[in-house]
Design a protein around this ligand. Structure first.
Ligand SMILES: CC(C)(COP(=O)(O)OP(=O)(O)OC[C@H]1O[C@@H](n2cnc3c(N)ncnc32)[C@H](O)[C@@H]1OP(=O)(O)O)[C@@H](O)C(=O)NCCC(=O)NCCS
Length: 227
């Protein structure tokens, strides 16, 4: 039964007109732990259907964000990165990052075409945390089913300006990978958000309406396509 009068609504941003609002949200809640994104990057993510926001149903303002981007890793293999996770201070610990993560994982994992040359493997879904970031992001990633795999130094990525760097200009990041054994649980979570809309009951009950349909096509493909 769809939830009536939820506290939040989750959607994949469909209109590039919302890009300035997204950038204003990042600016307002600016934190060193979140890589800076620019207009063109966010516009591309929105056009690709890969930028997710939570809005307060009180005033329709953006209160939380996450996106999925595509890149090649150090060995030239395609990987997807979940990033840009930011929740407005007054909305934290209500389960919003978990819910956004669940929606992004479900949409990405259901839409990504399997690679016929690699035993139907899907590109690895990774997340990176700047080593000195004190936010509870590691707990949030573990709650989603990510495992910490390695520590890396990165340099050649835009938006690292505010992050702590070593003498060679490298940013230290902890790299996490999504454990696909947890996919079924995340899909069950997505259905539970959709059906009962409960984000948290502690300390107060917060609810959510899911306007992301994991079966909508996005840049990774169309989950209803012919095999
Ligand atoms: C990290 C961040 C995104 C978490 O968002 P959130 O909506 O408050 O997290 P959730 O409420 O969805 O909680 C997700 C998990 O993290 C854990 N968690 C959340 N806040 C926590 C806290 N203060 N202490 C310990 N664990 C915490 C929860 O227990 C939950 O796990 P569970 O479902 O197993 O109980 C948020 O704190 C934030 O925006 N921080 C600043 C920006 C940042 O550094 N982002 C990460 C960039 S890599």
């Amino acid at each position: 039964m769809p939830i009536v009068n939820p506290d939040y609504a989750i959607s994949a941003v469909a209109d590039v007109d919302a890009v300035p609002e997204i950038l204003a949200f990042y600016e307002k809640h600016r934190t060193k732990g979140v890589r800076k994104v620019n207009y063109d990057e966010v516009k591309k993510l929105v056009e690709d259907g890969l930028f997710y926001v939570a809005r307060s149903t009180e005033d329709d303002s953006i209160v939380a964000t996450v996106y999925v981007s595509e890149q090649k890793n150090a060995t030239g293999t395609l990987e997807h990165e979940i990033g840009g996770g930011l929740v407005g201070e007054e909305h934290r610990s209500a389960g919003l990052s978990k819910c956004l993560g669940v929606c992004a994982i479900a949409a990405q994992r259901l839409a990504t075409p399997r690679d016929k040359d690699s035993n139907d493997a899907m590109p690895t879904l990774i997340a990176r945390v700047e080593c000195s970031n004190k936010a509870p992001i590691r707990q949030a990633l573990r709650a989603l089913g990510f495992k910490r795999k390695r520590v890396r130094k990165i340099k050649d990525k835009p938006g690292l300006d505010d992050m702590q760097k070593d003498a060679d200009g490298n940013v230290c990041v902890e790299e996490f990978e999504f454990d696909d054994a947890k996919l079924e649980q995340r899909l069950a979570d997505a259905l539970s958000y959709r059906d009962d809309g409960v984000l948290t009951t502690h300390p107060v009950r917060k609810t959510v309406r899911i306007d992301v349909h994991a079966l909508n096509p996005n840049a990774f493909g169309d989950p209803l396509r012919d095999p």
